[in-house]
Design a protein around this ligand. Structure first.
Ligand code: M6R
Length: 606
């Protein structure tokens, strides 16, 4: 989704803006632009395409030179990606960048047109620029307030006024925006990773708060225009965490960070060999009170929820419904008092997941956020909160965030099962012991990278492939399939292995790759039958199983073995080869691994 940055200070503003925007590239975008105060005016440079296209264009035309301004990477919503629709947008004295959607832009545009205003672009953003200018009578705060009272939707805005040089204004509603605090310089950014190389100190803006950034300081006003004191936060992520550190891609680096991420996430939540989530607001009494659990999320985070369902139901015997957030929020769900709704999100800003959280709260359910991004909206609005400590995840394809979401699902399931007296303390300690071994287990699978690369070389020319599995393996195969599609652009589907015969098996043609996840001992025989069925119809089979599992070799073309371990823990190590296969397939096909086409890292609009 769009990325916003802004700068006021002594440095070369263009350089700072481009550098900060480059740190937001991972969010996904199709055009970029900046506006810089220069020689008593505002210089705008913008273009369709990547930041490098913007830099090329500036080199050929003009590189704005100044010490303050705003910048933007756009992920098109209203109007195609082209130069005109790119941000910044201007209306008279006002120039803005915008992330989000203005829902009532059409009515506002009609109003402004009736007042004689002309528009250049098809964007909802230009409507806000023009509206701000329409209300501007020399008092920026008043005009921003007036505009806020009229616009509906989700937005973060960086605003500059031609007659207020070297001052940047910022405001947000629903969409993320932070204010970075440096020495004699200040920043705005969609997330803190954009400015980590300049400062780790920042303010989180609440909805409709207006920040005014000058070189000498930042003032924040509430929606009534009264100045307020904000709490200064410090990011615990360092610059290195947001750099590639020698890896060819962020995705590969993040896959390799998984053992550490799991350790960092689970260690503080284990006390005396037992799970302890009390610091997250989760008590035994609360756990005992839940009759039903809903896990609501999108994409990969939802897949982590599917694994959660299997293990919670298996161990704690509490019914769990897993829902896609965009479905949950519009299907009048049967949720209420006594239910727990768990929202899983890496970014903590996914629009549908946030809406689902608010709906669950309004229906009287207790809510638990499992979130990676500190201070994000879902983190702030959840009743109970477990932070996953994956550090910044930059690659659009989620890997380490999924892994830590799984680790939290285990901790939660173990603690719930203990609270519900479905397992005793000794069993709980034993399970925690297993979980503690997962970082080493994951590290050992990372050594299978060469084998995964070989398998990828067999997939690169495929048009379609299938992932199959049963039980936990089915949940995992859904994640494997999503990972492959999003970065390799090869069409793949994931199917419950037992469901193949009910239609899908007709798709199998000679040489079509089928990746079978078969790590579950109890289900092995059944899954092997399904592998044989597809093999008999010409499929090229790739099997992910545990070491020592007996599988008829004639049914298997390629095999990846996970060190023998307990079935219930298998999703954590077994997802690693699936991630690596997706990664190498994307690399071998020459794709932009970290920034796949059409995708955004943080989906802050519906
Ligand atoms: O930030 P969130 O975890 O809420 O994001 C949810 C999905 O958009 C995300 O997991 C997406 O599916 C990833 N690109 C998958 O790799």
């Amino acid at each position: 989704m769009c990325g916003i940055v802004g700068y006021v200070g002594k440095r070369d503003c263009t350089k700072v803006l481009i550098d900060a925007l480059s740190k937001l590239e991972y969010r996904g975008y199709d055009s970029a632009g900046i506006a810089v105060f220069e020689n008593g005016g505002i210089s705008v440079a913008k273009t369709k395409g990547r930041l490098r296209d913007l830099c090329e264009k500036m080199k050929k035309t003009h590189i704005p030179s100044g010490h303050s301004g705003i910048g933007h990477t756009r992920w098109a919503t209203h109007g195609e990606p082209n130069d005109v629709n790119s941000h910044p947008h201007a209306g008279g004295k006002v120039t803005i960048v915008h992330n989000g959607i203005i829902e009532n832009y059409k009515a506002l545009k009609d109003f402004l047109v009736s007042k004689g205003r002309h528009f250049q672009s098809e964007t909802d953003t230009e409507v806000v620029a023009q509206l701000l200018d329409y209300y501007y009578c020399g008092n920026p705060i008043e005009c921003i307030q007036k505009t806020l009272s009229e616009i509906q939707g989700s937005f973060a805005l960086g605003i500059i006024f031609a007659d207020r040089p070297d001052v940047v204004y910022a405001v947000r509603r629903e969409s993320p925006l932070i204010v970075g605090l440096g020495k004699d310089e200040n920043f705005i950014a969609s997330d803190v990773t954009a400015i980590l190389q300049y400062t780790r100190d920042y303010y989180l803006l609440e909805h409709d708060e207006i920040a005014v950034l000058g070189m000498d300081g930042v003032k924040v006003f509430d929606s009534h225009g009264s100045e307020i004191k904000k709490e200064r936060k410090t990011a615990d992520w360092d610059v290195d965490a947001a750099e590639k550190q020698g890896y060819e891609h962020f995705m590969l680096k993040e896959i390799h960070e998984q053992p550490t991420a799991v350790k960092t996430t689970i260690t503080p939540r284990i006390s005396d060999g037992l799970p302890d989530l009390s610091e997250c607001g989760i008590t035994v009494e609360k756990l005992r009170s839940f009759n039903q659990i809903f896990i609501v999320a999108c994409g990969t985070a939802m897949h982590a929820g599917l694994v959660g369902k299997y293990i919670i139901e298996e161990l704690a015997r509490v019914p769990v419904v897993v829902d896609i957030a965009s479905e949950f929020r519009y299907r009048n769900p049967l949720v209420g008092v006594g239910d727990l709704v768990i929202i899983i999100s890496q970014s903590g800003e996914t629009a549908d997941s946030l809406a689902a959280l608010r709906l669950a709260k309004s229906l009287g359910a207790s809510t638990l956020g499992i979130v990676n991004a500190k201070g994000s909206s879902i983190a702030r609005e959840s009743d109970m909160l477990i932070y996953t400590h994956a550090g910044p995840e930059i690659a659009v394809a989620s890997t380490k965030a999924y892994m830590v979401q799984l680790s939290v699902m285990y901790l939660f399931a173990f603690e719930l099962a203990l609270a519900k007296e479905k397992i005793d303390e000794a069993e709980c300690r034993r399970l925690i012991g297993l979980l503690r071994q997962t970082p080493d287990l994951i590290a050992s699978i990372l050594e299978s990278a060469d084998a995964c690369q070989k398998i990828s070389s067999q997939l690169i020319n495929a048009d379609h492939l299938l992932y199959i599995g049963r039980g936990l393996d089915y949940a995992l195969s859904m994640e494997g399939s999503l990972k492959l599609k999003e970065i390799s652009y090869i069409h793949s589907e994931s199917y419950a292995a037992g469901e193949l015969k009910h239609g899908t098996i007709s798709l199998i043609t000679n040489g079509m790759p089928v990746i079978a996840v078969a790590t579950q001992t109890k289900l092995l025989e059944k899954t092997v039958s399904n592998i044989k069925e597809v093999k008999a119809r010409g499929a090229k089979t790739i099997v992910v199983c545990q070491q020592g599992m007996e599988i008829d070799p004639s049914a298997v073309d390629f095999k990846i073995e996970i060190p023998k371990f307990e079935d219930i823990i298998m999703p954590m190590p077994a997802v690693v080869p699936l991630q690596l296969i997706a990664y190498y397939t994307s690399v071998l096909r020459g794709n932009d691994v970290d920034k796949p086409r059409n995708l955004a890292k943080s989906v802050t609009v519906e």
